[in-house]
Write a protein that binds this ligand. Sequence first.
Ligand SMILES: [Zn+2]
Ligand SMILES: [Zn+2]
Length: 164
Amino acid sequence: MLNLKKLRATPDRPQQIDESYESFAHESFSLEGRVIVRGEAVYRQNAIWVRLKIEATAVQACSRCLAPVVSAVRLDELLEFRPLHTVENPLATEVYFYDFEEPTLDLQSYVIGLIANSLAVKPLCRPDCKGLCPQCGQDLNVTTCDCVREAPGDPRFKVLEKLL
Ligand SMILES: [Zn+2]
Ligand SMILES: [Zn+2]
């Protein structure tokens, strides 16, 4: 939580950030243990510059077999917050916005967003994960099954296979 009142009262003077959050579950990942956030914020000409060093342990489900995939998240980010009304075309820039009227700024949702962006879209428990059988659902990394799987090849080769 940034104290915006205090930041604005002391322009150009950095304010230390040192906070941590409880573990929690997000839509596509969960965070184990505590999320540690350190850094500093400084107010300069209506903008707030926030340097964030984030440490967290993220757990995702393997996109093929659903086994847990654990990754250590280490991020070092610089965010620029500008008051909403000062940006003519918000979509044209990569800045964040803050409400000039609010006395504080809660960093947690931004931290979670940065972590979410840093994670793999299709995580794998290992590069050669065989995944689950689409028919019987068994984990093909630990067992084999007798289900017949359609080879995704060219249908013309299937005709050829029948002839041979
Ligand atoms: Zn897997
Ligand atoms: Zn099967």
